[in-house]
Ligand binder design. Structure first.
Ligand code: HEC
Ligand code: HEC
Ligand code: HEC
Ligand code: HEC
Ligand code: HEC
Length: 292
């Protein structure tokens, strides 16, 4: 009996964490797993840009609107659970792009806590979850996983290699094959409707428009070329900043107006004033705007 206990104890020592034990059970645990606040100390400028970005509030919607709330409300969407206490990760198909780490690293209990927080309008709790540095520089950095394997633990990925990276957890930076390519952003910015779910739905599909309208028409720039000049992690537009959004749209869209005024001789002695207005709006974005 003693030997058996010892063997069992050894087995537990050798495999202290089963795959499921590694998953976060609460919002705080998931937030901690992906916490990137320490990156701020050395990457202050990038961190400040990111903090203002939509990626930093990917479950909040515009101006703090908590856009996932209908998914927690019984009957409000086809995905909503009967009761928030029964919510599972599958009740939030939006996680595919708005919080990919929930699919790989969270237990269903996180979905329950999120559903309850949404119904209670607890914005502070919901805001703890976002697309931070580690989601982008680790989880989403590899797309050919059959050949290249899963992103490694303790490694960050970027457009270049840094052999010894002075962070306590992420001790090296490896070169990702895709981080400077549009397909990297395309992982979340959508090709079209999400047909892989048992209930199809559509959100962003701007990457489809980029491929089939911009690149096919001879466009040569990547998302990063236009949206991340000098490594800018605001990745504008920031729709919470009305002034900046209208300035960006004004520089992206040109409006040519041509008018022709004339009098139409409708019948004897009756001139009716008429005007022909021809407008041409040209967009220099690499895809349709607005999207969605
Ligand atoms: C103690 C300081 C320090 C901390 C903490 C730190 N970094 Fe770095 N990081 C650096 C330095 C120094 C470099 C190397 C810069 C170079 O050689 O261009 C670097 C490089 C990088 C690169 C590669 C840059 C490139 O040019 O491609 C990435 C990505 C990166 N860090 C992300 C992070 C993230 C994410 C975190 C938090 C999890 C983090 N860093 C934490 C100091 C730090
Ligand atoms: C294919 C990836 C993808 C899926 C799946 C997805 N979204 Fe989105 N969603 C995005 C992206 C990317 C944006 C922002 C860019 C855009 O709209 O072009 C966005 C924007 C939004 C916006 C506008 C708010 C804002 O700040 O931009 C709302 C609301 C939204 N999503 C709700 C949802 C909900 C609810 C679900 C789940 C039912 C969902 N999304 C599923 C990728 C996705
Ligand atoms: C939405 C995904 C995304 C998020 C979130 C993100 N990054 Fe990046 N980051 C990128 C991409 C893509 C590049 C490469 C851009 C390019 O091609 O120039 C990059 C480049 C970098 C670089 C190299 C910059 C340079 O000037 O060459 C550093 C350092 C970096 N990121 C650190 C961070 C830190 C720190 C955070 C968190 C505050 C963060 N990133 C969050 C996608 C992201
Ligand atoms: C992990 C998924 C993911 C990746 C990777 C990603 N994005 Fe996003 N992005 C989103 C989501 C989700 C939103 C909307 C967040 C919200 O609801 O406000 C968003 C918002 C944006 C916005 C703000 C406009 C808007 O409609 O909210 C821009 C611009 C943007 N992304 C560009 C990029 C670019 C460029 C890249 C590649 C360098 C990239 N994103 C990579 C998921 C992603
Ligand atoms: C040729 C430059 C260019 C390229 C390439 C480009 N964009 Fe844009 N993008 C723009 C401009 C210009 C706007 C509109 C001005 C603004 O709102 O910032 C815009 C707007 C957006 C928006 C806001 C959409 C909305 O509903 O208003 C998102 C999200 C976005 N881009 C993501 C991407 C992603 C992801 C890629 C790559 C697949 C990409 N962009 C490629 C120039 C570009």
């Amino acid at each position: 009996m003693k030997t058996l206990t010892l063997i069992l104890a050894l087995v537990f020592l050798a495999f202290p964490l089963s795959a499921s034990a590694e998953k976060a059970k609460t919002i705080d645990e998931l937030a901690k797993m992906y916490d990137s606040s320490r990156c701020k100390a050395c990457h202050a400028e990038i961190y400040a840009q990111w903090e203002k970005s939509h990626h930093a509030r990917s479950l909040m919607g515009f101006k703090g609107g908590l856009m996932l709330t209908p998914l927690a409300k019984k009957g409000a969407t086809a995905f909503s659970p009967e009761d928030p206490k029964k919510a599972t990760i599958k009740n939030f198909p939006c996680f595919k792009c708005h919080l990919p780490q929930a699919i790989t690293s969270a237990e269903d209990s996180v979905a329950v806590e999120l559903a309850e927080a949404l119904l209670a309008g607890d914005a502070t709790k919901v805001a703890k979850l976002h697309i931070g540095c580690i989601v982008c520089h680790n989880d989403k950095a590899i797309i050919h996983k059959r050949e290249l394997g899963e992103p490694e633990k303790g490694v960050l990925y970027s457009t270049k290699e840094v052999k010894s990276h002075p962070d306590g957890t992420f001790k090296t930076v490896k070169k990702s094959a895709i981080m400077d390519n549009a397909v990297y952003c395309g992982q979340c910015h959508g090709l079209g409707p999400n047909l892989e779910f048992d209930q199809a739905f559509q959100c962003a599909n701007l990457y489809g428009s980029y491929l089939h309208n911009y690149v096919s028409g001879g466009g040569t720039q990547s998302c990063q070329d236009c949206h991340m000049k000098k490594g800018d992690h605001l990745i504008a537009p920031n729709f919470n900043d009305d002034k900046q959004t209208s300035e960006l749209l004004a520089s992206a869209l040109s409006l040519d107006v041509e008018t022709l005024g004339y009098d139409w001789l409708r019948k004897a002695n009756t001139y009716v004033p008429k005007i022909v207005v021809t407008t041409k709006i040209t967009s220099n974005a690499g895809h349709r705007i607005p999207d969605g």
